[in-house]
Ligand binder design. Structure first.
Ligand code: SAM
Length: 350
């Protein structure tokens, strides 16, 4: 689907949005320079996050740079969805036959129309997506192909897919046969897992029917027999020890801490002895300096990310250890993203 050609208006709107994001990054640096001039640095920031926000708000109350950065933070967070919806509307007639054709192929998708979505998921419009992930029939394509491939990978240095490949390469074994991706969404992490372990059967679970439909297209376009299920990550319904590798990428910051714990417990149940988890997500606040975590926290406030702070403040090494995992290793990649946790289910777990 990389070959999809956008219309002129869609391209121009996306280019403008990305240019604004570039300007926002410069404004952020200018804001932090103003903070430094006022004596506020990573070393002097208060410990509590709310106190940090209060201090910055008070210190830069009169700063035009701060005001502009906040305004554009809010604007870019809201803008990316509508401009990509419009870009899709412009090419809809041309791409719809391809989207339809890609419903057929080796990948399977099991949707559950009776699935009752929990309030922590259903009541949130993640990433400021109007109406939630499934509000529009083409949200999977709009998010997976347009927002991620035409915007996010540009504004995050061009490497968001490389990060997923790096995470998959962290696996300590090469002989996995049954892999599960939790929070599979439109399938980007499943692509990385399939490329790293081409002989494995790769399955994915997610709440979002629209995202899973896009994952099915991604798999069918490549001739891959992914098995996709609309199920909760914390209660997948698969039999004990069904998998030898369980992975997730950017699921954890979108669920509250009690569900994070339930997800690790479910991964433990699903793994064969000696099986591996690779859970990747945004950096842990405890592992980055106070200015960097304030910066993330500020962005998360605009970004439709109600669980980001609680999730980023959760010690995932402890969560994995409590769930029964051993050889737990969690670290942030050089460059600050993502945090990758790798752990093993012990041989004699029971
Ligand atoms: C940021 S996306 C994941 C991105 C994807 N893994 C990738 O590599 O691009 C988070 C996904 O998790 C799903 N999700 C969140 N909580 C879930 C849960 N408890 N059970 C199943 N899916 C969940 C959402 O529907 C969403 O598609």
């Amino acid at each position: 689907m990389d070959e999809v050609v956008l219309g002129q208006r869609g391209r121009a709107a996306i280019d403008f949005h990305c240019a604004v994001r570039g300007a926002v990054a410069k404004l952020q640096r200018a804001v932090e320079a103003e903070l430094s001039d006022a004596g506020i640095t990573a070393q002097t920031m208060p410990e509590k996050m709310d106190d940090r926000h209060r201090l910055v708000d008070a210190t830069l109350a009169e700063s035009a740079t701060y005001g502009a950065r906040a305004l554009l933070g809010e604007w870019t967070a809201k803008d990316h969805g509508p401009i990509c919806q419009d870009a899709f509307a412009e090419i809809r007639e041309a791409v719809e036959p391809m989207l339809k054709a890609l419903e057929d192929g080796p990948a399977s998708l099991e949707l559950d129309e009776a699935l009752k979505l929990p309030a922590y998921f259903e009541q949130v419009w993640f990433h400021r997506t109007t109406g939630g992930w499934d509000a529009s029939p083409h949200n999977g394509f709009v998010h997976g192909e347009l927002i991620h491939k035409r915007i996010l990978t540009r504004v995050f240095g061009g490497n968001i897919f490389g990060h997923r490949r790096t995470a998959a390469q962290r696996a300590p074994r090469r002989d996995y046969r049954h892999i599960l991706d939790m929070g599979a969404s439109s399938g980007h992490n499943m692509v990385a897992l399939t490329e790293a372990f081409p002989d494995a059967e790769v399955s994915g679970v997610d709440f979002s029917a629209r995202m899973l439909e896009q994952a099915r297209r991604v798999a069918n376009a490549r001739g891959w027999a992914w098995k996709l299920y609309q199920r909760p990550c914390e209660d997948t319904g698969f039999a004990d020890e069904s998998f030898d590798l369980v992975s997730s990428y950017n699921l954890i910051h979108e669920i509250p801490p009690r569900i994070i714990r339930a997800v690790f417990a479910e991964a433990f149940r699903l793994l064969e002895p000696s099986g591996t988890i690779i859970m990747s997500d945004v950096p842990r606040y405890a592992e980055i300096d106070r200015m960097a975590s304030w910066r993330f926290d500020w962005m998360a406030r605009w970004g439709g990310e109600p669980y980001w702070r609680a999730a980023s403040s959760t010690d995932l090494v402890q969560v994995a250890t409590d769930a029964g995992f051993t050889d737990v290793d969690g670290s942030v990649l050089p460059g600050g993203q993502p945090y990758i946790l790798v752990a093993r289910k012990p041989e004699a777990a029971w």
